[in-house]
Design a protein. Structure first.
Length: 192
């Protein structure tokens, strides 16, 4: 019953934001690789991967955005003994503000993201607070993707970066990640 209330709340937020001059965009997702430094006394950086699939995003005319993704997986790559080394979630929300909303080729977005409803247990969660940088490159996308961006509101960044503070199970960590759009990654790996 609690999950039904969460999903109903999501739908109501999407509908209410859409009623207030918001545009809907979507994207295949983003694969990030980066690292974090925790405050637990462990020495050196911890390398991580963070993959988010199918981003659904509402953007208002004044720059606020609300995003939802039905799947995110995060994992530590170089420390198998690290506690809480992975988290796979199905309720992933982001609230942010696009500072340069008038620009089409890049975004700088202060944001807060919450990741919950985890496979590893419903009490497991993650919260990220930081700045997101997205760069778009219309010159290298094939014409079909550009047409999809215009006609079907496909939003696919070429490169992305995140920098901020994370609360993973209540433990603070400083993180920095670089990412690439999943479609862009497939395009580079497999061509047209």
């Amino acid at each position: 019953m609690k999950n039904k209330k969460i999903y109903l709340t999501i739908v109501l937020i999407f509908l209410s934001v859409n009623a207030f001059c918001a545009d809907f965009f979507w994207d295949f997702g983003t694969a990030f690789i980066g690292g974090k430094l925790g405050y637990d006394g462990s020495g050196g950086p911890v390398f991580e991967a963070d993959i988010q699939v199918l981003d659904l995003r509402l953007e208002t005319d004044i720059g606020f955005l609300f995003a939802f993704s039905p799947f995110n997986t995060w994992a530590v790559l170089n420390r198998p003994q690290e506690p809480y080394i992975n988290l796979t979630t199905f309720a992933n929300f982001t609230l942010g503000y696009d500072i340069f909303r008038f620009r089409k080729d890049f975004e700088i977005i202060p944001y807060i993201s919450g990741y919950g409803v985890a496979i590893e247990g419903l009490k497991r969660f993650r919260v990220d607070i930081g700045v997101l940088f997205n760069m778009y490159a219309d010159l290298i996308w094939p014409k079909e993707i550009l047409a999809a961006a215009e006609n079907y509101h496909l939003r696919g960044e070429l490169f992305a970066g995140k920098l901020g503070i994370r609360l993973n199970q209540g433990q603070p960590q400083v993180y920095a990640d670089l990412g690439v759009n999943l479609f862009g990654l497939g395009f580079v790996l497999f061509g047209k």
